[in-house]
Structure formats: C-alpha cells, structure tokens
Design a protein around this ligand. Structure first.
Ligand code: ATP
Ligand code: MG
Length: 254
C-alpha cells in the first residue's frame, strides 16, 4: 500500500509552495492516473516521492508498505521497489546500461545477476522494446533519441521488477507505434506482477486507453480536487480543465 498523507512541499531555493495538503492512497495492483494543467506540480510529486534534493517536505508523510519514505535516500527508496520513469530521462555517460542495471539488481540481492542469465534477459527485453541492439553497452541513454530514452527507462523497469511504478508523461517523445510497444511491455509486466501498483501522470487519455486506470484524479492548486474513472479523463480532454470545473459548478447550482 502506497499512502501520501497531507503532503506539503516547498522548492528548496525559492521556497515556492508546490504541493499543499496533497493526499493519495494506492492499493497493491491498482492503477491510478493524475491529470492536471502544466506547472501544477505533477512532476514535482514524482520527484519528491524519490527524494529529489531540490524540494523540502514541510509537512505530511509518504508511506510505502508501512515504511515512511520521507527521510530515506533515493537508492533506499528505489530498493524498496519504487521506480520512476522520468518525463525527461537524463543522459549519464561513463556507466553502461548493462553495468548500471546489473549493479542495481545485485544491490537488491536478486538471483538474476549471473552474467549469462542477465545478458540473455536484457537482450530479450531490448528486442521486445525494439531498441537498438547496442543499447546494452552504451552509456545510460547516451546517443538515444527522445523516444528511445523513454523505452530505455521501460527496459530498466522490466529488469529491476519494481512493485510501485510512476510513469511521468510516458507518451511524450514516443511515436504512436512506440507508445503501443511500450504499453504492451508494461501491461505484460503487470499481468505477471499482479500486486504492482502504477501511478500514471499524463495529459492525454490515449495513454489511459492503452494502460487502463482504476482511478483518474484531477490535480489543481497542489492537490487532488476530483477523482473519477476514465470518463473524467475523456471529459478533461474534451472540455479542458476550466470546462470540467465549469460543468461541476453549474451542476452544483442546479
Ligand atoms: N526546483 C524548482 N525550483 C523552482 N521552481 C520549481 C522547481 N521545480 C518545480 N518548480 C515549479 O513548480 C511548478 C510545478 O512544476 P512541475 O514540473 O511539477 O509541473 P508539472 O505539473 O509536472 O507540469 P507539466 O505538465 O508541464 O510537466 C512549476 O511552476 C515549476 O516552475
Ligand atoms: Mg511534468
């Protein structure tokens, strides 16, 4: 169970308040989506979960499987099973993809770190994601296109086998066919790992047509202001955020 309880977050440099009493509970196996206008704090939320140093939690808790994550380091959070697929994955030269992933697996005490087993699994996943064959030996995301970098993050996900996945704008940079490939890979993973929970941050319902959410949340002013199902996502797409809020307020006055 993943629980965020009344979380308040400021930026470290400018003390700008981004999350305000933000609360969200995700049970094992559930898929939740968050939608919200640009700059509302969606990526900040995902970074704060991973303990990004640019942000300060002034109040509230993030709890995963009864363990408070607030003061854990990013690698401790990752080792507890949380995986963030970033909106804009960074390039890290000098460490190859295979070295980084195998080391991370070893750290987790996985049985899959035998070189032969690991390499065969990595090759298979690289193929199923239609990534360039030499991805394994390249520096992390080095020389990969924007879409390939997103796929490379999914490669990490499939090898590290997290139990809680955050997808920050999965579709950005992916062409229609690549998005389908990536979604199939994630759905295949979820079919086998039924207790894995997912938090999808997205602007468009096309991602949610491929990876189907149990709940859709609308975020505004640093918190969730409305929760529904896929129809909320379709409504937002049709009318925009102001449109959804206007429909809401006119319904309240009827
Ligand atoms: N480290 C920081 N220092 C100063 N301001 C920041 C910092 N990080 C985020 N912000 C600001 O906080 C707000 C929320 O940013 P965030 O990236 O979380 O938005 P978002 O909801 O993910 O938007 P988008 O849909 O465009 O990706 C923005 O106004 C952003 O400029
Ligand atoms: Mg963002």
């Amino acid at each position: 169970m993943f629980v965020i309880d009344k979380l308040n977050v400021l930026t470290k440099d400018t003390s700008k308040e981004i999350l305000k009493d933000f609360s969200l509970t995700i049970k094992p196996g559930e898929i939740h989506a968050i939608m919200g206008p640009n700059g509302v704090g969606k990526s900040t939320l995902s970074k704060v979960i991973m303990h990004h140093p640019d942000y300060i939690i002034t109040n509230g808790t993030i709890t995963y499987n009864n363990k408070i994550l607030n003061d854990l380091t990013t690698d401790e959070i990752a080792r507890s099973g949380v995986y963030l697929l970033m909106q804009d994955p960074s390039i890290i030269d000098g460490v190859s993809n295979s070295e980084a992933l195998r080391t991370a697996l070893k750290e987790r005490g996985s049985n899959d770190t035998n070189l032969y087993t690991f390499i065969s699994k990595m090759k298979k996943e690289i193929d199923s994601l239609s990534l360039p064959k030499d991805t394994m030996h390249r520096g992390i995301n080095k020389g990969l296109s924007g879409g390939e970098r997103k796929k490379n993050e999914v490669l990490g996900l499939k090898l590290l086998e997290p139990s809680f996945i955050i997808l920050d704008e999965l579709d950005s940079g992916l062409d229609v066919d690549s998005l389908k490939i990536v979604a199939k890979n994630i759905n295949d993973y979820l079919k086998v790992n039924k207790d894995t929970s997912v938090l999808i941050i997205t602007h468009y319902s096309r991602v949610l047509d491929l990876i189907k959410p149990d709940f859709v949340h609308q975020m505004e002013d640093g918190k969730i202001i409305k929760t529904g199902d896929i129809t909320l996502a379709k409504q937002i797409e049709k009318t925009g955020y102001n449109g959804v809020n206007e429909v809401e307020s006119s319904e309240n006055h009827e």
